[in-house]
Structure formats: structure tokens, C-alpha cells
Design a protein around this ligand. Structure first.
Ligand SMILES: Nc1ncnc2c1ncn2[C@@H]1O[C@H](COP(=O)(O)OP(=O)(O)O)[C@@H](O)[C@H]1O
Ligand SMILES: O=P(O)(O)O[C@H]1O[C@H](CO)[C@@H](O[C@H]2O[C@H](CO)[C@@H](O)[C@H](O)[C@H]2O)[C@H](O)[C@H]1O
Length: 416
């Protein structure tokens, strides 16, 4: 079905109000100035994939978002607006339309400029249901077998989840089963679903976590090894260290401009980053990493830990997310997340034990821990990133990384 000019205008108007209510929109309090439909892909049976270019106040370039839209005679809780004779709904909530999409992936082939690929033969799966978790994207589960993730914010270019899923097969990464692409942009990935898995975040504070934390360290090290085998590995030179620290100092300046709570710490943080860069010793590994690892991205399954969501930082340009980095980025991701757990639900002594066990597990499998100066630089960088992330998305949580910033500045600033 094609949308008339009137329908398109109506949908754009409705989206201007609907999008800011979605957690995955991730635009903080920036006002929506304009929504333009860049592409409407008709996948049949009333399923459209819409690309909406959204201009936000204070941003020079519009952001492109993907909206799977279902056209239905009757509205539901998922309704976005009424068009000529039909309701436009969020298709991720529609089991029949999601079933249709899975059939398209299983069948493979091209429809217009949209390509469906089954990486393995797909078996019939159970009914589709949208995942209710708080997400940067939107996922749909099929029975207990598959999970399909729609990327909400679109960027052209190779997608890390696809590149990594195709190149790396290790039990610590969910297997890639299917892909939907439009020209050079990845729209969705289908992966094996680990039914009954519990995220590290949900397990935080439970008895026995210390042992699991050691196993998590091992799983992260195994994953780093598998990534290095698939994509290669080199060593950090003095120039690489300088470039990494410059990037962190840039992030500090950008974050401080939007998160004024950082203002009292900017000078000290900048000095600590420079010092960590000076102390870091060239020669540690540089390779593909996860890039945004935290306890919500690690799932405890009956067969050990599974690392998910290899997308990197959700707001970073796609080419940066595939850039080689130090494995310290992921090690720190877990350490910061344990500190978050301490800040939210559990006590600090629990987190201290879990951190120690995690690092011991990582060292056991990888043979070494990251350089302490590098670890310190990444810890500062992650806490700065988190202050920006929370200020934009969950201002109530900003106190957790801010407290870490205060502690880093007072401990490392004094001790040197
Ligand atoms: N392979 C999987 N098996 C089981 N659950 C999964 C799997 N992949 C994702 N999930 C669940 O979906 C949630 C969101 O997935 P994630 O890839 O982190 O999405 P997003 O990029 O939107 O943050 C996870 O927190 C987890 O609960
Ligand atoms: O899972 P995403 O790729 O969307 O990652 C983003 O959101 C995370 C929050 O869900 C955010 O993680 C921060 O909060 C976690 C607790 O909810 C905590 O465990 C992490 O340590 C903390 O960084 C992540 O930074 C962001 O990129």
C-alpha cells in the first residue's frame, strides 16, 4: 500500500509527538523541529518500514530512525495515528506482522532495495512478542528460539553486529541467524535467543555472584581472543595512546558542555587523563572489542555467560564503533557496571568482591590484566560518558557516575 501525500503529512505530524515518548529515541529534551519521511518500504500484508529523518533543535544534521509500521483496520495500544481508512501502528507489537517479517528472512532474497538473508536454515518459531526491556533499540522474540532486533537509529555502513556475527563463532556470543539490510544500511538482525537467561544486572547482589563474576571475566577474555582471531590484533603505540587520550579529552569537553554538573571536575579530569596517557606503557593489545559492555549486556545461561549487543556506544557514528580499541574498554565497562549495581541495589563490599573476582577471571584466561594507567584512563572516560548518557536519558541516575567521578578525582588527584 502506498501512502498518499496527506497520509505522509499526517504521519510526520503524529511522529513529532510520538517519537519523544520512546526510550529508544534517545534525544533527551531536544525539541523535534521537523520529521520528514525519507523512505517508505512496503513489505506486503500491511507492513511498512519507514525511514524518518528527524531534525532536532540544536543539531545541524537530521537523525534517521527506522519505524516498522503496521497498517490495520483497528487500533491498539500500539497505535500511532489514523491515516486514510487505516490505523498506523508500531508493527513491533503486532505478532502477525512480525511473523511475516520472519518468513521474509527465512525465505531470503531481495524486495526492492531491501535484502533478507538467512545465515542458517531457519526452523518455524513460536509466536512473536515484543521484548518489554528498556532498550536503545526494539527486539521481538519468536517462541523461545530467536530474537530479532530492529535498529532504531540508522547509520549507513557495515554494522558491527553483522560483521562480528558473521566472523566470530564462539559460545560466548549469540549466533547470528539472519539479517535485513536496505542498500548499505542494516535494519535488523536475527540471533539465537537464550531462553531463561538472566542478565548480570538482574543477578547483581545475589548470593554466589562472586564465582559467577570470575566466570564472567573468563568469558570476556575468551571473547576478546575470538575477536582478535577473526579481525586481527596489534599493539598500542605511543601515538595510539595519545590519540586515545585526545579522544577522551574531547569527550570530556563535549560532555561538560551539555552536563553542567561536570563543571567543577573538568580541570582535574583533564589533568588525570593526560597523566594516565603519559604513564600508559606502549605494547598492550589493540583490537576489535565489544565497546559498550555492561551487566545488562551479559546473560547468564545454562551454558555460561553470553555477551550480547556488539553495537558499541549507541550514539557514536557507526565507523567509530568498529574502530580497534583496547580490551580495557570492556574490562572497565564491567567494573563501572558493578559500581552502578552498588549505587542502585547492592552494597559496596559486594561490588568490591565481584570486581576482584572478575579481574582475576579475566587475567586467568587472557594471561594478563590491562595496563593500570590505561585502565584508569578508560575508567575516567566511561564515567564521563555515563554522566552524559544519564543526563540525556535518565537524569535520576546521573548521581551514580557523578559520584564515581568525584571519587576518582579525590583518590587519584591526591595520590597521583
Ligand atoms: N540472544 C539473546 N538471548 C536472550 N535474551 C536476549 C538476547 N539478546 C538480547 N536479549 C535480551 O534483550 C535485551 C535487549 O537486547 P540488546 O541487544 O541489549 O538491545 P539494545 O541494543 O536495544 O539495548 C537484553 O537485555 C536481553 O534481556
Ligand atoms: O544497553 P545500551 O547499548 O543501550 O547501553 C546504554 O544504556 C545503558 C543503560 O541501560 C548504559 O549503561 C549504564 O547503565 C547500566 C545500568 O542500567 C550500568 O550497568 C552501566 O554500567 C552504565 O554504563 C550504557 O552506558 C549506554 O551506552
Amino acid at each position: 500500500m502506498t501512502l498518499s501525500a496527506w497520509d505522509r503529512t499526517r504521519l510526520c505530524q503524529a511522529l513529532a509527538g510520538w517519537l519523544p515518548e520512546r526510550r529508544w529515541f534517545g534525544a533527551g529534551d531536544r525539541a523535534v523541529e521537523r520529521v520528514v519521511l525519507a523512505e517508505v518500504i512496503d513489505l506486503g500484508r500491511g507492513l511498512l518500514i519507514v525511514f524518518a529523518d528527524v531534525s532536532l533543535a540544536g543539531e545541524a544534521e537530521p537523525r534517521r530512525y527506522q519505524l516498522p509500521i503496521g497498517l490495520r483496520a483497528r487500533p491498539g495500544a500500539d497505535a500511532i495515528t489514523f491515516l486514510s481508512g487505516v490505523w498506523a501502528c508500531d508493527a513491533a507489537d503486532d505478532p502477525a506482522l512480525m511473523g511475516h517479517l520472519l518468513d521474509l528472512i527465512a525465505g531470503g532474497g531481495v524486495r526492492g532495495s531491501t535484502r533478507f538473508t538467512a545465515e542458517v536454515p531457519l526452523l518455524p518459531a513460536g509466536p512473536a512478542r515484543r521484548l518489554t526491556a528498556d532498550q536503545s533499540n526494539t527486539s521481538v522474540i519468536y517462541g523461545g528460539s530467536y530474537v530479532l532486533k530492529f535498529f532504531r537509529r540508522l547509520f549507513p555502513g557495515p554494522h558491527p553486529e553483522v560483521e562480528i556475527g558473521r566472523a566470530v563463532r564462539t559460545p560466548t556470543i549469540a549466533p547470528l541467524l539472519g539479517v535485513v539490510e536496505h542498500e548499505d544500511t542494516t535494519l535488523a538482525v536475527l540471533q539465537g535467543f537464550a531462553a531463561g537467561a538472566v542478565s548480570g544486572w538482574d543477578l547483581a547482589g545475589t548470593p554466589g555472584f562472586a564465582g559467577r563474576s570470575g566466570a564472567l571475566g573468563e568469558a570476556v577474555a575468551v571473547t576478546h581472543e575470538a575477536l582478535a582471531e577473526a579481525f586481527g590484533r596489534t599493539t598500542l603505540s605511543r601515538t595510539d595512546i595519545r590519540a586515545a587520550v585526545d579522544g577522551m579529552r574531547d569527550r570530556l569537553a563535549r560532555t561538560a558542555a551539555e552536563a553542567t554538573v561536570l563543571a567543577p571536575y573538568v580541570g582535574a579530569l583533564d589533568a588525570l587523563l593526560l597523566e594516565a596517557g603519559r604513564l600508559a606503557v606502549p605494547g598492550s593489545p589493540l583490537q576489535r572489542v565489544h565497546g559498550d559492555l555492561h551487566l545488562g549486556q551479559v546473560l547468564a545461561t545454562g551454558r555460561g555467560w553470553l555477551l550480547i549487543d556488539f553495537e558499541g556506544e549507541p550514539a557514536a557514528p557507526i565507523e567509530q564503533r568498529a574502530a580497534w580499541d583496547s580490551p580495557a574498554r570492556d574490562v572497565v565497562g564491567v567494573l563501572r557496571s558493578l559500581d552502578y549495581a552498588a549505587g542502585r541495589t547492592v552494597d559496596r563490599s559486594w561490588a568490591t568482591t565481584a570486581e576482584r573476582e572478575f579481574l582475576a577471571g579475566y587475567a586467568r584466561k587472557s594471561g594478563a590484566l590491562p595496563d593500570p594507567a590505561l585502565l584508569r584512563a578508560y575508567q575516567l572516560d566511561k564515567a564521563i560518558y555515563e554522566v552524559g548518557y544519564e543526563t540525556r536519558n535518565r537524569p535520576d541516575w546521573a548521581g551514580i557516575p557523578l559520584r564515581a567521578v568525584e571519587e576518582f578525582v579525590s583518590t587519584w588527584g591526591r595520590a597521583g
